[in-house]
Design a protein around this ligand. Structure first.
Ligand code: PSU
Ligand code: MN
Length: 304
């Protein structure tokens, strides 16, 4: 598969600088315009200010792009551009048809690994949906974490999911889940409320980097998931969100929303039914994750 690097990422590879991968589904399908474009740019800026190089990943015209220019970011953010949500399953046809795809956490992880990148920041990881015992809806992010060597920094599984079952599946797959300076798995928009203990707590980026080195040097393939709570100033307490989440799930059911449309539908519904508060929290948490990812990438690089 051909990978097209932008100049910034090419320079980072040449100069052996730490790189952080960023996804594009959050731009095209996770956040509304124009917030999405603003977030896409500020994530890249946050990575640079922390001392690493950002590589936002997408498939454009059937070509995998590692690092995007502002024009590409604007195309992904424009709701009239008809950008497909692209997970692992969708990659072959996008390549074959020359299509445009915004990569999910799963697809971004696997493409970032091919590009030699080891750290990736997203908002909330996908996971086991509530009612998965009948819908079988489990995000492709989970099997990807099981097989792809990548440190993924998120603010926990999205709170629309069954967080406990998501952590169980990650345990089955042998994926270390690390609470960064926290004891409870954060619930995306909320710092607490999942009721699930983190399997392991580490408080320093350098300790996370050491674990990554040990894991992959030992030949233990697959990802490492870091859960980083949303900043307190932007969080929405879980109790306050419950009504909006329940209503969103009920609406999705009633309207027969299925497959890859489920998560974007739920996020958009909750955005409009919390007077933008969930949007503000989502922006703050993803920025917070980009910064931590850059710190981890720098520590990982120093330990090489
Ligand atoms: N984090 C966010 N917003 C998002 C996502 C993550 O803050 O929209 C995206 C990621 O691309 C993730 C996807 O892979 O949601 C999960 O979708 P699904 O549940 O269909 O696997
Ligand atoms: Mn799904």
């Amino acid at each position: 598969m051909k990978l097209k690097y932008n100049n910034e990422v090419k320079g980072a590879i040449r100069n052996q600088q730490p790189i952080v991968a960023l996804e594009s589904t959050i731009i095209s399908h996770g956040l509304p315009y124009p917030d999405n474009l603003e977030v896409a740019k500020s994530l890249e800026q946050a990575v640079r200010e922390t001392g690493a190089i950002p590589a936002t990943i997408a498939i454009l015209g059937g070509v995998v792009h590692i690092g995007l220019n502002n024009e590409a970011l604007a195309l992904l953010a424009d709701k009239d551009s008809q950008i497909e949500k692209a997970s692992r399953r969708d990659i072959p046809q996008l390549l074959a048809s020359g299509g445009n795809g915004a990569t999910t956490a799963a697809a971004t992880m696997l493409l970032a690994q091919k590009a030699g990148i080891s750290v990736f920041a997203t908002g909330g990881i996908g996971g086991v949906h509530r009612g998965a015992e009948t819908s079988f809806d489990i995000s492709a992010d989970l099997p990807e974490l099981a097989r792809t060597d990548m440190c993924v920094v998120c603010a926990g599984p999205k709170a629309i999911l069954d967080i406990g079952l998501t952590i169980e599946v990650l345990e089955t797959s042998g994926v270390p889940v690390i609470g960064y300076q926290c004891d409870e798995v954060p619930a995306f928009w909320s710092r607490n409320g999942s009721g699930v203990d983190v399997p392991l707590r580490l408080d320093r980026p350098g300790d996370i980097a050491s674990l990554m080195h040990q894991k992959w040097q030992a030949g233990l393939e697959g990802g490492v998931l870091v859960v980083n709570p949303v900043p307190a100033s932007a969080e929405i307490p879980a109790a306050e969100l419950k009504t909006a989440i329940d209503a969103a799930l009920q609406q999705a059911e009633q309207q027969g929303i299925r497959g890859k449309a489920v998560t974007p539908f739920l996020l958009a519904y909750i955005g409009t039914h919390t007077s933008g508060r969930s949007l503000a929290a989502n922006k703050a948490l993803v920025l917070n994750n980009a910064r931590l990812a850059a710190e981890i990438a720098m520590a990982y690089h120093r330990q090489k």
